[in-house]
Design a protein around this ligand. Sequence first.
Ligand SMILES: Nc1nc2c(c(=O)[nH]1)N[C@H]1C(S)=C(S)[C@@H](COP(=O)(O)OP(=O)(O)OC[C@H]3O[C@@H](n4cnc5c(N)ncnc54)[C@H](O)[C@@H]3O)O[C@H]1N2
Ligand code: MOO
Length: 394
Amino acid sequence: MAEMISVAEAQARLFALAAPVAATQVPLQAAAGRWAAEAVAALRTQPDRPLSAMDGYAIRFDDLPGPWRLVGESAAGRPLARVVQPGEAARIFTGAALPDGADSVLIQEEAQRDGDTVMLDGEGPPHARAHVRAAGLDFHAGDTLIAPGARITPTRIALAAVAGHSTLPVRRRLRVAIAATGDELCAPGETLAPGQVPESNGAMLAAMLAPLPVELTDLGILPDRRDSLTAAFAAVDADLLVTTGGASVGDHDLVRPALEAAGAAIDFWRVAVRPGKPMMAGRMRDTVVIGLPGNPVSAHVTALLFVCPMIAHLAGAADPLTATRRATLGHDLPAGGARTDHLRAVHRDGRVHAAARQDSSMLRTLAESDCLIVRPAHAPPAKAGDSVQILDLG
Ligand SMILES: Nc1nc2c(c(=O)[nH]1)N[C@H]1C(S)=C(S)[C@@H](COP(=O)(O)OP(=O)(O)OC[C@H]3O[C@@H](n4cnc5c(N)ncnc54)[C@H](O)[C@@H]3O)O[C@H]1N2
Ligand code: MOO
């Protein structure tokens, strides 16, 4: 039987199965949560001219301590069409263009006005260009603002908009098919015959993939019959096929032979991960296939470690792996086993506490957990107060 490979090796081999899909240009709002297919440069300088950062009076710093003669007004979008001469001031508002000739802003809390005369009533601007946003303060035309492979966050969408873009280069949406396998499974809510259980992996996977740039096809529940599995897999037209169940070594675990009969070359099967060991991945013509174990917790953990990162990779992410972070352990843990362990845990009083029972069928413990404690294979025993790696659960 094939040896187990490490999580890191499995992720690397998975990513090597297919390159990111084709690039396309989409409207700003449609780019949310996707990844930049190429570098995005500024089409304009921001601000494109000096602007006031405060409400007050545009003055020449050398004229301090005043007084000044008021000669007009500059409001946002309505600049003053005149040069401010020595001894003159212009009323100005936040975001308005600083008139030519002026170099500083006297904030209105430090000014007194009497008709057309403005007088200093306080400290005044501490230096020339005080309360002025210089042209190019934020960025200059031509600056690279978004690196290739960077996630398109709401703030990057705003940045692209102010940089002059109405569209962004991303990868096309991925066509993802999911299928549950198992004769015991019934659609959620259906009346169960003896021995049947409601199918839960499909709804969970669909929810996990919902924030990602995918077009999802749910093939529903496939029976544990090699011929029907083969026919269903062979008919898939997608970038990625994700199955759950039937991945292990039992007589009814037929996903691997059915995938192979449908033309798939399996690249690896069995990963040193707990839960989730029997997962497999390979390629079936233009479709990457990932076979996840059926146990609901195993399916969740392997989807988190492999499916979501693979979608990010195919969607062009420079850094597709889900980030771990450090947390403080709330109690002792025994030495780890031969597989990298993922313990369902909750934060309490600033520390993480693993659930007492970690059976991979127990969905309730998973749903009540806010993170997974990641323990590398063969980790030595850990003590309360030790630092451990965690994966946040959404
Ligand atoms: N002799 C061995 N037996 C098992 C091994 C092994 O190495 N040797 N590995 C175990 C491990 S680890 C796991 S994980 C499971 C996974 O096996 P399968 O992928 O073949 O999963 P199934 O047998 O199809 O199902 C397991 C369990 O999960 C339930 N299930 C399956 N699909 C769904 C679904 N879509 N929604 C809800 N629940 C589902 C299913 O009813 C079973 O209870 O194998 C071990 N065995
Ligand atoms: O990997 Mo299995 O998921 O340990 O139960």
